[in-house]
Design a protein around this ligand. Structure first.
Ligand SMILES: *Cc1c(COP(=O)(O)O)cnc(C)c1O
Length: 504
């Protein structure tokens, strides 16, 4: 779209126009230099000069060009784009939380420390582990944090030679990246014909005496529960390694089963997936990590301690403090204590659902995905033989491609014409022409039925009018992009034209 059709904020700029009136400066001064120092003053500050109304319209227009869970179904597999309840936002905006300063003395932030302490306990309870850190700011950061702990653990036992991390071929790309970033060698394991870890391949990978860890996603990235998980954990432990659970798919198990009970030693959560905090466009997030007792000494600092004293028979009111002095800790991995207001949102979500509600999340996540699977099974190929899935279902467009030249990407683009965000494409890598659909538990049957009808219609179009798909989308401002170039040469900056330091 040309700028004239959609004037950007710089084209709206007119000299002298303002969106705010600042009060008169009540500090006596003779020049701006005197007030803030000449080194901080810029001669060229190319900001648009616009009214408040211009600003509001600009950002409202931009928001309308975007897609969000608050607009419609967002079936992006693995990402768990579920609804973010507004009560979370309300809690996060309580001034006592929102206005806290990270350098505030801890005796004046006891409520915040208590909330973090309790959230850590709740996550440990939900997942079957002994201790939790909220510091990592994303799932991938949690993986890195965990791999650092795994390394420190082996070193502390005089087994620093353990330098191999084993990862299945279906894994998310962040798994091998996190392991490699910690200096581990990555060894692959193949999936079997049922879409689960192949035990013979695993046995071979575990040989050699230098295994540090096995990283496994459960339910795995094909949306299937690793039915031999206990045996897998046993095999890895026997080889002297630890078992890491990539917990991105935890919503499928909430309240139903716990990775800690299956034999995992450590896992990360994506609070923005499982616990309904916003997926923040790269903004602050939380990839909390829970560990079994054997890894607890290595948790990043600071940790939070709850202190109570006995006064006669009674316990005193609890006080909370940060503990910095932990000699075996891997150190700090985030400034202060992570993204605190994200913790407030996740805490609110868990408390507002309660134990029963949490279980309902797991049940409905699985029910919704299986409903979509069952209704689409006659129209699309379901990866790995159409067995009961967990919270997401992976379809394959391989046959459609072969017969009609229609790829997974074309189906996704066509979905945009019908007003839907596309599902995840081409992941996991082991399914050709993959379309990974995760409806999430927050969608109603009516919403799913509408989506399913559109998917069925698209499957018919693929046969009858494939061009409609290969040239889609037809309703968006821009149609097909050079997606590789868009990733490699990302250009998010708009450069306005200037004359005499003013936008023209
Ligand atoms: C999302 C995801 C990750 C990475 O989590 P981020 O929070 O995006 O860093 C890792 N593994 C799996 C399976 C995921 O779906």
């Amino acid at each position: 779209m040309k700028n004239s059709e959609f004037p950007l904020i710089f084209e709206k700029s007119r000299r002298g126009r303002k969106a705010a009136n600042l009060p008169e400066c009540d500090v006596p001064y003779t020049s701006p230099e005197e007030l803030i120092g000449a080194e901080h003053l810029r001669s060229r500050l190319p900001l648009p000069e616009v009214s408040e109304l211009d600003v509001v319209r600009h950002f409202t227009h931009l928001s309308q060009r975007n897609y969000a869970i608050d607009l419609g179904l967002y079936p992006l597999g693995s990402c768990t784009m579920k609804y973010n309840p507004k009560v979370n936002e309300k809690a996060a905006s309580i001034p006592g939380f929102a206005s806290l300063h990270p350098l505030q003395p801890e005796e004046t932030a006891q409520g915040a420390l208590a909330l973090m302490y309790d959230l850590q306990k709740m996550l440990a309870e939900i997942s079957g582990f002994d201790a939790t850190t909220l510091q990592p700011s994303a799932g991938a950061h949690g993986e890195l944090c965990a791999m650092m702990m795994v390394k420190a653990y082996h070193a502390s036992r005089g087994e620093a030679h353990r330098n191999v991390v084993v990862i299945p071929d279906a894994a998310h790309g962040t798994n091998p990246a996190s392991a490699a970033r910690c200096g581990f060698k990555v060894k692959g394991v193949i999936s079997n014909s049922k879409g689960c870890t192949d035990l013979d391949s695993l046995q071979k990978a575990l040989a050699g005496g230098n295994i540090a860890a096995f990283m496994l996603t459960n339910p795995n990235t094909v949306g299937l529960f690793e039915s031999e998980i206990e045996k897998i954990c046993e095999m890895v432990h026997e080889a002297g390694g630890l078992v890491y659970c990539d917990g991105a798919n935890m919503n499928a198990m909430l309240g139903l089963t716990r990775p800690g009970d299956m034999g995992f030693d450590v896992m990360h959560f994506n609070l923005h997936k499982t616990f309904s905090t916003p997926h923040g466009g790269g903004g602050p997030g939380c990839g909390a990590v829970s560990v079994k007792a054997c890894l607890e000494p290595f948790l990043p600092v600071p940790t939070i301690e709850k202190v109570t004293a006995k006064i006669g028979e009674e316990e005193s009111e609890a006080t909370y403090r940060f503990i910095q002095n932990r000699p075996q800790s891997i150190g700090r991995i985030h400034s202060f204590y992570g993204a605190f207001l994200i913790a407030v949102r996740a805490y609110t979500y868990i408390r507002s659902l309660g134990a029963k509600g949490i279980r309902g999340v797991g049940e409905n996540a699985v029910l919704n995905a299986n409903y979509v699977r069952a209704r689409l099974a006659d129209h699309y190929e379901v990866a790995y033989g159409n067995r009961t899935c967990m919270h997401e279902v992976v379809l394959s467009a391989a046959k459609l491609k072969q017969l009609h030249g229609v790829r997974a990407l074309d189906i996704s683009k066509r979905l945009m014409d019908y007003g839907y965000h596309p599902p995840t494409n081409y992941f996991p890598l082991i399914v050709p022409e993959a379309l990974m659909i995760e409806p999430t538990e927050t969608e109603s049957k009516q919403t799913l039925d509408e989506f399913i009808e559109v998917m069925i219609k698209i499957s018919q179009e693929a046969v009858e009018t494939p061009d409609l798909l290969t040239t889609a989308p037809h309703v968006t401002l821009v149609s097909r992009l050079d997606e590789t170039a868009a990733v490699k040469n990302l250009d998010l900056r708009y450069e306005p034209l200037f004359e005499n330091n003013n936008p023209i």
